[in-house]
Write a protein that binds this ligand. Structure first.
Ligand code: ATP
Ligand code: MG
Ligand code: MG
Ligand code: MG
Length: 563
């Protein structure tokens, strides 16, 4: 591409209405232009970056057998009424009316549309599992759109949805997605963490967020300095470092992955609750967290006396919602909304010790709660909020707390939408069975901003290789006056293009300082300067975007050098 045909819309001054560096640089480098609050045009240069991100996302989705489709952005209200989100979603949902006064929404997400599609298309368990994805414009009427495309109202998301006959099958796809997400963010050159997450308004039992580490991030995340343990701080607070990390570490080793039935748990507890405890044990990536969920407003003594048949809801970890539901209840008691205290079971010792259990105040929790074998001897020894330096809940290392930008989010939805919308298949025995679902989002446009937060200096953007709009900038010096320089630049331009390298030739005949400043601002990884003096000696001048100094390279060996 030539700058004469591909104008760089760069701006020298820092825009006053842009608070964070990525927003400032995206405007200054001419990647985006604002049209209304939280609504932006992607300029040709910015679009090249966005397409790079999309390409990596597509490749990794295709690799795990996820099928691309494209669903409508405008969705009929009936589907949202069926899922009950028409009322539940609130003002972030942009509602529209057509000329017949029929209600529609501009999709902020697509669970309803995809569930409707699949319930019509898929009839038998033999057609499962199935996973679809799309890369598409979403609209969320954010209460505070800001930071440019980071928190926009109109933005581009990759959203994927999977359908299964059972939970183990969902778990397998979820694990594939987890790995695909890790591959995507690694390929894009981002410093990221996958963290245990709250399930928010989408609901469901099990969820991870992917965060790009950056001080401008809007979330706090906690992660171990030595192990893989990482959680959104909201969640880490609920999980709390146990007071006996060694026991928890032993637990992490011995816990069996997968979903355990209430019978397994009852047998493990060995306290005669077989008939009364309906509990699901869900294995988390920290290896030892167990949610023990009891429904009903019963005391522990009543449970012990088997007075009440209790039905559990599967609850992975102590989600902030669960914690909120427990606000105001006694340690070790059953919460007002029917959720018992989430517990951390010291499985290695086969004694119920060192629980992290329900909070009595938002963001707080108890640690070191010992209930003893008969579940009756509750004693609280500690009450605190998670802070940096706390031991990691998995017993390995201590916690670091950092700011993160949420760039991806994966959920196990279970049957939330399929049950509400009656999406069923016939099972092996010909019985009707509700499908199990997962959903998986990536903020494609947000990634561009997040990458800049991590990759910039005082001169501008320094794109990770995989996201750069062009790989090489060719800058001829004084080309107007020097036919040799002009010819050498043209020859080099043709040669690099023929080699499949994305090259931007600055043919404006601008002053060197102007060209250098523009190319550094827009962040092109490799800069090659062609000057008459160097040419006479068979040399060009090379500078990597992150290099302090330029250095000479042989004209003949340039292609090899760039490879
Ligand atoms: P956030 O917590 O930042 O509001 P979310 O949890 O509401 O995000 P999800 O419903 O999980 O978002 O959507 C999937 C992905 O879409 C997010 O991980 C994020 O990367 C991206 N995303 C969500 N909202 C926005 C937005 N307003 N602007 C840009 N990207 C967004
Ligand atoms: Mg949101
Ligand atoms: Mg979020
Ligand atoms: Mg999210």
């Amino acid at each position: 591409m030539r700058v004469s045909r591909f104008p760089l819309n760069t701006v020298k001054e820092t825009p006053t209405d842009a608070e964070i560096v990525s927003h400032q640089l995206m405007l200054r480098a001419g990647l985006i232009r604002r049209i209304a609050a939280g609504i932006y045009t992607w300029m040709p240069l910015g679009l090249r970056v966005l397409r790079k991100v999309e390409a990596v996302v597509r490749e990794e989705m295709n690799r795990i057998g996820c099928l691309e489709l494209l669903m409508p952005a405008v969705q009929p209200a009936e589907l949202w009424q069926e899922s009950t989100r028409w009322d539940a979603y609130g003002p972030e949902l942009l509602r529209l009316k057509d000329r017949h006064e029929r209600d529609f929404v501009f999709g902020p997400t697509h669970e309803e549309v995809v569930t409707d599609l699949v319930r019509r298309e898929i009839k038998s368990y033999r057609q499962l599992p199935l996973a679809y994805y799309q890369i598409q414009t979403k609209f969320r009427d954010e209460v505070r759109p800001r930071f440019g495309v980071m928190r926009a109202r109109e933005f581009i998301m990759k959203d994927a949805y999977s359908f299964h006959a059972d939970q183990p099958c969902l778990q397998k796809t979820y694990d594939d997605m987890y790995r695909a997400y890790s591959a995507i963010f690694t390929r894009l050159g981002l410093d990221f963490r996958a963290v245990l997450a709250d399930t928010g308004s989408i609901g469901g039992a099990h969820s991870h967020e992917f965060h790009v580490l950056a001080d401008s991030g809007e979330d706090d995340i906690a992660f171990s300095t030595v192990s893989d343990y990482a959680a959104n701080v909201e969640l880490a607070e609920a999980v709390t470092p146990a007071t006996r990390p060694a026991a928890t570490a032993a637990l992490a080793k011995r816990a069996t992955p997968g979903v355990h039935t209430m019978d397994d748990l009852a047998r493990f507890l060995g306290v005669g609750l077989e008939q009364t405890l309906k509990t699901l044990l869900v294995q988390g990536s920290n290896g030892g967290l167990v949610a023990l969920c009891l429904r009903g407003d019963h005391t522990l003594n009543e449970i012990k006396a088997e007075k009440h048949p209790l039905i559990a809801q599967p609850l992975t970890f102590a989600s902030p919602q669960a914690i909120r539901a427990l606000v105001g209840c006694e340690a070790g008691s059953i919460g007002p909304l029917g959720l018992a205290c989430p517990v951390l079971i010291d499985r290695a010792a086969a004694v119920l010790a060192d629980f992290a259990c329900g909070a009595n105040a938002d963001g707080f929790h108890f640690t070191g709660v010992n209930w003893g074998r008969d579940l009756a001897e509750a004693a609280v020894t500690d009450l605190r909020k998670v802070v940096a330096g706390d031991p990691s809940p998995d017993g390995h290392g201590s916690l670091r707390i950092a700011r993160g930008i949420e760039v991806g989010h994966i959920f196990q939805l279970g049957t939330k939408y399929s049950a509400a919308m009656n999406a069923t298949v016939l099972d092996e025995a010909g019985r009707t069975q509700v499908m199990t679902m997962g959903c998986y989002g990536i903020g494609v446009s947000r990634i561009v901003a997040a990458a800049i937060e991590q990759n910039h200096d005082e001169r501008g953007i320094a794109w990770p290789q995989a996201m750069a709009p062009f790989q090489v900038a060719l800058l001829p010096i004084n080309a107007g006056k020097s036919p040799e320089v002009r010819e050498a630049a043209e020859a080099l331009y043709a040669e690099l293009q023929a080699a499949g390298i994305e090259v931007l030739l600055d043919d404006r005949d601008a002053r060197p300082g102007v060209m250098f400043a523009d190319m550094e601002l827009v962040g092109i990884p490799h800069r090659i300067v062609i000057g008459s003096k160097g040419l006479a000696a068979g040399e060009l001048e090379y500078k990597g975007r992150r290099d302090a100094e330029s250095r000479p390279v042989r004209r003949d060996g340039l292609l090899d050098f760039l490879r």
